[in-house]
Design a protein around this ligand. Sequence first.
Ligand SMILES: Cc1cc2nc3c(=O)[nH]c(=O)nc-3n(C[C@H](O)[C@H](O)[C@H](O)COP(=O)(O)OP(=O)(O)OC[C@H]3O[C@@H](n4cnc5c(N)ncnc54)[C@H](O)[C@@H]3O)c2cc1C
Ligand code: FES
Length: 357
Amino acid sequence: MGEKHVVRFEPVGIEIEVDEAQTILRAAAEQGVMLMHGCKEGQCASCKSFVLDGDDIELDRYSTFALPDYELEEGYTLLCRAHPYEDVTIELLNYDEDMIKSGLPIQQARAEVVAINPVTHDLRHLVLRLVEPTELKFFPGQYVDIAVPDSEHVRSFSMANTSSRDGGRLEFVIRVYPGGLFSEFLDQRLAIGDPLDLTGPFGVFTLRDAPDRELIFLGGGAGMAPILALLRSMAERGIDRPTTFYYGARGQRDLCFTDELEELAAKLPRFDYVPALSEPGADEDWAGEVGMITDVVARFELDLSRADAYVCGPPPMVEAAIPLLERLGVPEKRVFYDKFTTTGNAGDSKVLEAEIR
Ligand SMILES: Cc1cc2nc3c(=O)[nH]c(=O)nc-3n(C[C@H](O)[C@H](O)[C@H](O)COP(=O)(O)OP(=O)(O)OC[C@H]3O[C@@H](n4cnc5c(N)ncnc54)[C@H](O)[C@@H]3O)c2cc1C
Ligand code: FES
């Protein structure tokens, strides 16, 4: 541990203490201050902010895609990589007034594996039971960092359930990537009863209280997990806002939780589930929507100015969805998203092309 310094966030006027050994984002999360972020690895730019006062800040390794040199010189920084060595004032460029003070302090926990079941050919439903502590408070839609056993790495996974009050249960939907450090381990070596260490909760992909606004959920792949959590929570709390869930998959073998989504539709009368296949096989008997999920949304929706939108899944899908939703009228501040950025080396050409500082 090093010396501690005061970090003040503007325009919200919140102050926290940050140890030199910690990043500002991490210290904020530990003190229950929910700042906007994505990868926590200096790759996605979601946490980019402006340094208003103070300049003794050191950055851990980051990608120059997230923070080009000219922006660093202008005074921008990445809160997930920034260690302050003096008192500093930071202007948050992107924050959610409703969420910032509603944070739950992060906890470390040990859990054990209860079940690992395939829900499609490459998605696994992982169920954990918390051992110590036996409960972890989180908001539906948030995620935890799971430590990859026998390594120094962590991977982020969104809870698909709504609370751990029910026997310390945490549910996840995890996509298996060939060669994936955690996901291949999960698929091939992790067994029932094995321990896993995790830290959380993190994230701001949580349902905002806006009863008069309709809801658009847009997901792909394992992006099912936090959207399922939001829908399950709406059913539990009787939140019957007009809601459409657009889910993109390649073929029918990529669709999952279909029965549960039908049951949710029975509980939430104004909820519609619209799955769409981008590459249906010629022999597939499919009467549903066909095309990229963003094209399907553009076909179905004319005016979303009264909607809140929640987008979750692979980065290219999220990046295509955000401008579309804004074009359809969703105010920029009402588009909430979690990009499932990968921390692996291959598979994300942007990270490979960028210089690492
Ligand atoms: C906030 C947040 C929440 C997340 N929630 C979930 C979740 O609920 N479920 C889930 O499955 N994932 C989620 N992720 C992604 C997850 O954290 C891992 O990045 C992902 O599981 C890959 O980890 P890995 O260790 O298996 O693969 P890595 O070792 O990181 O990658 C190894 C190889 O796998 C391949 N690969 C990995 N990711 C991709 C990709 N996106 N596209 C193409 N190839 C890839 C590449 O070939 C790569 O070289 C989330 C990420 C973030 C930032
Ligand atoms: S969260 Fe800081 S760059 Fe992604």
